[in-house]
Design a protein around this ligand. Structure first.
Ligand SMILES: [Zn+2]
Length: 177
């Protein structure tokens, strides 16, 4: 497919029209991010991303849209975590142990939550590609897109491996016929 300057904005508008992206959300070019990034209600993208294949841009924008739509879960998770930590502090165990338990629980559950959020955003994007563009195996597009975005040491910690992310879509979204 032919790529042209400003593809990200054009594809974003196309996704707003077909309901993949909410009409109240915005898009903004920014050199601050290496690839794509989800803000509160805005998807940021590096202008370099305009040269990507159209479907790679679609799945990336939809993935970020997934993050925005799932933000309410982050609020639920943090509320739940806060309550659990509060309960730990009301127990009779040693103060140091309370602190240690709280720190370990916070770090571990936040890490798991961040990984889960990536899987869910991939799933949202892949379902949209399958249902709105009739792409029967969105896992193939996800795989090729991720291959073009080398992971930093930080993203290796906050994102599941490409292999696991692709497997998740093969199992949950791809059509088998
Ligand atoms: Zn993500």
């Amino acid at each position: 497919m032919k790529s042209s300057e400003g593809s990200c904005e054009r594809i974003f508008n196309e996704l707003v029209k077909n309901g993949g992206v909410a009409g109240s959300h915005k898009i903004e070019a920014s050199e601050k991010w290496d690839y794509f990034h989800a803000g509160l209600c805005t998807i940021h993208y590096n202008p370099k991303m305009n040269v990507l294949d159209e479907n790679f841009i679609r799945i990336s924008l939809l993935h970020e849209e997934g993050h925005i739509r799932l933000q309410y879960r982050t609020i639920l998770f943090l509320t739940l975590l806060f309550i659990v930590i509060l309960l730990i502090f009301f127990t009779n165990i040693d103060q140091h142990l309370k602190l240690l338990c709280s720190i370990i629980l916070t770090l571990f559950s936040c890490w798991l939550f961040v990984l889960m959020d990536e899987y869910e955003s991939d799933k949202f994007a892949s379902i949209m590609l399958r249902d709105k563009y009739n792409i029967s195996k969105p896992s193939k597009i996800l795989e090729k897109t991720l291959e073009q975005m080398p992971h930093s040491w930080l993203s290796a910690f906050t994102h599941p491996s490409v292999k696991k992310r692709v497997k998740n879509i093969v199992e949950k979204v791809d059509r088998n016929n």
